[in-house]
Design a binder for this molecule. Sequence first.
Ligand code: ZN
Ligand code: ZN
Length: 337
Amino acid sequence: MKAARLSEPGGSLEIVDVEIPEPGPGEVRVKIEASGVCHTDLHLRRGDWKEVDGLVKRPLILGHEGIGVIDSIGADVNNRTVGERVGISFLRSSCGTCRRCKAGEENVCAAATTVGMSHDGCHAEYVVALADYVVPVPEGLTSEQAAPLCCAGVTVLGALKRAALSPGDTVAVFGIGGLGHLAVQSAKTMGARVVALDIDEAKLELASALGADEVLKVNDPDLVPRLMAMDLEAVVMTTTSHQAHSVAVATVSPGGKVLLLAVPGEPVPLSAVLAVFKGVALLGQAVGSRRDLIETFELAASGKLLCEVHTRPLEALPEVLDDLAEARVVGRVVLTP
Ligand code: ZN
Ligand code: ZN
């Protein structure tokens, strides 16, 4: 089968021909129909994250926003059937017994493993995943629409749920990319008023089309006072920009929350002094629980979440990552094998 394989973090990325994997006990094999390209793929190709280098499989098939149809089932699988269409997220497995797992927060299990990082991922014709961790995709949602929800969509919904917004709260979303354009819509489903921020005019236009109440360019000279006047209950960081992070704590309301969803390779300027004196909560989030993904799929199937999707062939991954690096992607690119 064709697969997009990275030799090691920071190494070479090639489209290679490898053997179709066989599902082991507890696993299913999924024939991929669509696979979203996440910034994580780019960070891994560049070797940006020294902290997690040791967790990365070598060589590694990238991709953790996979949608496809189960075509083979391993031993001891009773909850999935051949022909079922499922989503595969970044969360490959968790221990199932720790207090996080028992609370339905398996995405923060200390023993969690990952698709497209610790194990081979979805930028391929087939992938093997654990039956208990794939999530059925509702009918009426195309595979291309569903793919970005497996990481971008579930991450923003999971984070916004933790922010416990009340209807009428105002939320600022910094960065209208793959995560940001879904954050705008997810916050709207919670009854929030949403301000979208980016440097790129086309991305701000997309945010308006998707329901943002207000859009602001991040280079607006009055950015900080304008945001401070909005009584922001939450500020959502979906950009790696240091400039954006430098104003996050300053602009959120006292007692508010800063949601950290982007993963810059270097430490970013977040003011501890302001966070202390304003009582601001800093909440980090990567992916979400299976429950969060089910809810994300349901929201999209009911028409409340629309992904701006550009479909490209699997072979285009290296160019797509270059486009991501240069911030040339509006919405999400989805690969089809
Ligand atoms: Zn991702
Ligand atoms: Zn656990």
